[in-house]
Design a protein. Sequence first.
Length: 290
Amino acid sequence: MIEYEGRVFRPPSEAYSLIVQATIGCSHNKCTFCDMYKEKRFRVRRLEEVKADFDAARAQYRSVSRIFLADGDALMCRPEQLVEILRYIRKRFPECERVTSYGSPASILVKKQEELNELHALGLEMVYLGLESGSDEVLRRVKKGETVAEIVRAGQMVRDAGMKLSVTAIAGLGSTELSEEHAVQTAKALSAMHPEYIGLLTLLFDLPTPLMQDWQEGRFYLMTPVEIAAETLVLLENIDSEGSVFRANHASNYVNLAGTLNRDREAMCGRLRAALEGKVKFRGEAFRAR
């Protein structure tokens, strides 16, 4: 039987992937907006444990086309351990079409470019990277732990290795005080990374987090649907990332957006303007989810 410790988190596009924990938890685990992995103490799993999970999966599943290496920062494994994991996947799952993972900026930047190149050559096809905001002040306030320049450099290293890059940002994270800076600078950071995929979520409070407590105690203002739409419009008007697939169709978003930049930018901007004019309905709070 495959062992899995704690709650399962994975990108929406990995819904049908085999998920195996190479690490437990998140190596940073201090972001004030995030409730993921809080019950876990970060550690890198022993290679033998990871291989045992793959052996169990091989015995259970006839065909595995996709594999997601969990938890929040599998790339924090030493390069030689990741190499062994990827080689073992090739051995046990020759039919596997792609292997993906979350990657923190720290786990990427600590590696040499040649090491990332090797990981891609062995089958690591895509890395999911959280930008959250292109504003250093917003990142400082939410205790992201990295600067915008560091996150952008990490994303560029992933792309230079030949891997696909999927980057997420969070609308409303700077509140109204930093809304314009958050939107404009996030657009610039995304443009500099030029990822294959961009996912825009909207800040939502569900389970307790430090930022949720700030909101409850009046120290943080949670933006309204209209304010979020206006902020997103500014972001789209300032982004230049030709060919990037843009999605804001997560359950947290008030207005669903989907298109390819820069081709569909004006259509998405038009949908936001229509929402601001009351011609497109916002998703109700009862239907929003993380």
